[in-house]
Design a protein around this ligand. Structure first.
Ligand SMILES: [Zn+2]
Length: 203
């Protein structure tokens, strides 16, 4: 029910939520104390309807809402933390796989020695082979007039050394390319891991 009053403020009638007594309040009034039972009331104005709530209950509901919101925030934080852990594990796994793949690739490109060991291809392997080939060639040409068999042996040695040099150079090139690919991929995963951890620390 709404009454017009001379002050210009609309007055509405509400019932006390505790004792049921009728109360007259301004249309915008938010709080009132019941003149009959002294209950502290909050006045709700909803879509033209006006009613009262005992404030103690209002506070209880607010408290409960805050508790639920706090719980929701904690759950959200936990979810974010789990999300970080999953992403971190995936990146670590990616690094492991990268290492495994590189170990296999490297094993194939390393030079196998007679004693079963392996040696990393180096640029000087080919350079040494070409130097030996050159020396053997020069010596072979100089020995062309010497005794039988010496010059052909030196020339054959020069040919073998030259072939060895070409193979060494090719292996070194392939090894370097594979190493570059591995390092670039590793840098990329490590960058993403560092970025993820920075983001987690800021949270
Ligand atoms: Zn009352």
């Amino acid at each position: 029910m709404t009454y017009g009053v001379c002050s210009g403020v609309e007055v509405v009638e509400v019932a006390c939520n505790k004792c049921g007594a009728p109360l007259e309040v301004g249309e915008d009034t938010k709080f009132v104390t019941c003149g009959f039972c002294k209950a502290r009331l909050r006045i709700r104005h909803k879509g033209g309807a006006h009613f009262t709530e005992v404030r103690k209950r209002v506070r209880a509901v607010e408290k409960k809402t805050a508790a639920v919101e706090k719980k929701a925030a904690a759950v959200e934080k936990k979810a974010a933390s789990l999300d970080f852990e999953v992403k971190e594990l995936r990146l670590k796994q990616e690094l492991d796989e990268l290492e495994d793949r590189w170990r296999e690739e490297r094993e194939e490109l390393y030079i196998r020695q007679k004693n079963g060991g392996t040696v990393r291809p180096e640029a000087w392997h080919a350079q040494l082979a070409f130097a030996i080939a050159g020396c053997a060639l020069v010596a072979g040409l100089m020995m062309l007039d010497a005794g039988p068999g010496i010059a052909p042996a030196l020339l054959l040695m020069a040919a073998f050394a030259a072939v060895g040099g070409v193979l060494s150079k090719s292996r070194f090139t392939r090894f370097n390319a594979a190493l570059g690919r591995y390092q670039a991929e590793r840098d990329d995963v490590e960058y993403r891991l560092a970025k993820l951890r920075r983001k987690q620390r800021r949270r």
